[in-house]
Design a protein around this ligand. Structure first.
Ligand code: 0PR
Length: 371
């Protein structure tokens, strides 16, 4: 086929998809990335950190990104990490390493991300669900259930409500019972440090909490890097516990789940960090929080109840959530729901600005009124 025809076909498919530039994607932890970030992706899209000896430049950029994630997580430069394909791979890797270190059972709440259920399933480990209180792990229930050789997964920024499990108290229990503590801060890792500096909260979630051993923090969520860029950082070298020999590779071994790894996103994550820097991310989080407050205020003025929010994930209570969601899709709004809370869930990413919120609420009101 000639390229014009191919482009026409691509255009047809492109127009079928949702695009972040439209501002109408309200339920995803992603936003359109700056051109310079995309440029870095394209420049390095053929890098493969699965065979690092061929890409020493990309290896250096990976180390720099890990350095930034460690700063977010109050870690030391000497700690360990990898940029992986996403939060799912990061969570699987953490639990895989812990399993190989002798830990045997996974403790988490029902609001932990489903990737952890996949991890437990692949690793053939039992899961014990710990009850929640006010949307976070109930510390008394954990105390009662936690045993030696358990893996406790705490979430810092739940997918559903954006809440933070009480990590410092969980750490005390883990230290006491000799359990492994993994923190899933896939979303919150790029948010909480800035909320702290902006005076919203003073919660700790990182390596400044003694029992925390590993943390998932994803550049491809609030780090404004393109997919696939998840991150896993760890206090000790947990990767050596999953390493296998790979004699024909430059490294002689493979210590990540994936062999060949798309590493254009590592260059892109590196450039996003250069471009925004600590203060750029802080300003962005500040704006997302102001817009979250605006959404809450405007929604309440229109008669909707909202769940309290901790970070830029706002939940609006509506009846018939699935029906309302489907009607919103018909009007071009991509939203998600929290069926167990009976809410529409809006992830207030940087593209969710006041004018978007206003026109969304007009459509939402129309739909609800029709019900
Ligand atoms: N941990 C947490 C707390 C998450 O919220 C997610 C994904 C993961 C782990 C898994 O990360 P990956 O999806 O990178 O493997 N949370 C988002 C969600 O389920 C992912 C997402 C992003 C979904 C964009 C839809 C979408 O359009 O909401």
């Amino acid at each position: 086929m000639n390229t014009e025809d191919i482009e026409r076909i691509l255009e047809r498919y492109y127009s079928m998809d949702y695009h972040y530039e439209s501002g109408r994607v309200l339920g995803s932890m992603y936003t359109a990335v700056p051109d310079i970030v995309l440029k870095a992706f394209l420049k390095f899209y053929q890098s493969n950190l699965g065979n690092p000896g061929l890409y020493p430049g990309t290896v250096e950029m990976e180390r720099s990104v890990i350095g930034f994630l460690l700063k977010l997580a109050s870690g030391k430069e000497s700690y360990y990490g990898h940029i992986l394909s996403g939060g799912t791979e990061a969570n699987i890797t953490a639990l895989w390493a812990a399993r190989n270190m002798g830990y045997r059972r996974v403790l988490m709440t029902g609001d932990a991300h489903f990737s952890l259920l996949k991890a437990a399933n692949i690793l053939n480990m039992p899961v014990k669900y710990i009850e929640m209180k006010n949307g976070v792990m109930d510390i008394n229930a954990l105390e009662k259930n936690c045993r030696e050789k358990d893996i406790v997964v705490a979430t810092a920024g739940t997918t559903s409500l954006g809440y933070i499990d009480p990590i410092e108290k969980i750490s005390e229990i883990c230290a006491d019972k000799n359990a492994y503590l993994h923190v899933d801060a896939a979303f919150g890792g790029f948010v909480i440090p800035f909320l702290r500096e902006l005076g919203y909260l003073n919660t700790k979630f990182g390596f400044d909490v003694p029992a925390v051993r590993s943390i998932t923090i994803d550049p491809h969520k609030m780090g404004l890097a393109p997919y696939p860029a998840g991150g896993l950082v760890a206090r000790e070298n947990i990767f050596k516990h999953i390493s296998v020999p790979a004699p024909y590779l430059t490294s002689g071994e493979s210590e990540t789940l994936l062999g060949t790894r798309q590493s254009g996103s590592v260059a892109a994550a590196y450039v996003a960090i250069l471009y925004f820097g600590w203060n750029g991310y802080k300003d962005m989080v500040n704006e997302c929080m102001n817009n979250s407050e605006y959404l809450k205020k405007r929604a309440e003025e229109e008669g909707f109840e909202t769940e309290p929010f901790v970070m830029n994930i706002v939940n609006l209570r509506v009846s018939n959530t699935e029906h309302v969601k489907n009607e919103l899709f018909k009007l071009g709004w991509a939203v998600s729901t929290n069926p167990s809370y009976g809410t529409l869930r809006i992830v207030v990413m940087p593209h969710v600005k006041p004018e978007i919120i206003d026109s969304f609420l007009i459509d939402l009101k129309k739909i609800v009124r029709r019900l």
